[in-house]
Design a protein around this ligand. Structure first.
Ligand SMILES: [Ca+2]
Length: 240
């Protein structure tokens, strides 16, 4: 673990030409503000029109770890100018989801940055903005929070952190959040399901919006984590 606290979000100064790709280890970069990456066919196709389903979300890391959904009614929708003037992908909280496969690197605990917004005060049962799959991984996905733009527990982000069995308060409602996590298991981090749980019996319950997601297979330095959080907060109009 990096052992970082919430204080590291205090640094906001990042050059406008900063790119997450300038920091080593970037394995996945999903950026909803780039409409050229939200495609209307699983086999790639063309950029999705406003409010249309997104079948493939192109990975901008250069690793081709695209997130994909092949079933029409399980696709998230492209929502334009939805957050700080930028597009987002909206998942319905029912059955929408996309899956991105990140090649596992032995012994490495990935660091994840995510910008998201949820529209309800609580999440039902095993809600999860994303979780990872694989043998045994569905039962326990352990993460540690490196930084958050607010001080609230985030069980909705990952399934079953601590045997969740009822509704969980996820206030504040409709606030855009920037979070950084490091996984505690290096052996189960391969398949990331964005926007929903693996088990269809468990749902988010209400729509959620995903703005940007970064996964680093090589944990960035504390300094670079600060840069990344500052970049995401400025870009998506998130204040402390
Ligand atoms: Ca749906």
């Amino acid at each position: 673990m990096l052992g970082l606290g919430t204080s590291l979000v205090g640094e906001r100064t990042v050059g406008q030409d900063f790119s997450p790709g300038s920091i080593a280890g970037l394995a996945l970069w999903l950026d909803a503000s780039d409409s050229s990456t939200l495609l209307n066919a699983a086999s790639e196709g063309s950029p999705a029109a406003p409010d249309d389903p997104v079948f493939r979300w192109l990975d901008k890391s250069g690793n081709r770890n695209d997130a994909v959904q092949t079933t029409l009614n399980q696709c998230g929708l492209r929502r334009t100018a939805a957050q700080h003037g930028l597009d987002v992908v909206e998942f319905d909280g029912s059955n929408d989801n996309m899956i991105a496969n990140i090649p596992q690197i032995a012994g490495v605990q990935p660091v994840i940055f995510v910008v998201w917004k949820y529209s309800a005060a609580e999440v039902i049962s095993y809600g999860a903005l994303f979780e990872h799959g694989g043998a045994g991984a569905r039962l326990n996905a352990y993460f540690v929070v490196l930084s958050t733009s607010f001080d609230q527990p985030q069980p909705m982000l990952f399934r079953n952190l601590t045997d969740l069995s009822g509704s969980v308060n996820v206030a504040p409602i409709n606030a855009c959040n920037v979070l950084a996590y490091q996984t505690l298991s290096a052996s189960e981090d391969t398949n990331y399901k964005l926007g929903g749980c693996w088990e269809s019996a468990f749902t988010m319950g209400d729509p959620l919006r995903l703005s940007e997601m970064l996964i680093y297979s090589a944990p960035p330095s504390i300094r670079d984590v600060q840069k990344l959080i500052a970049y995401l907060m400025a870009k998506w109009g998130v204040s402390q």
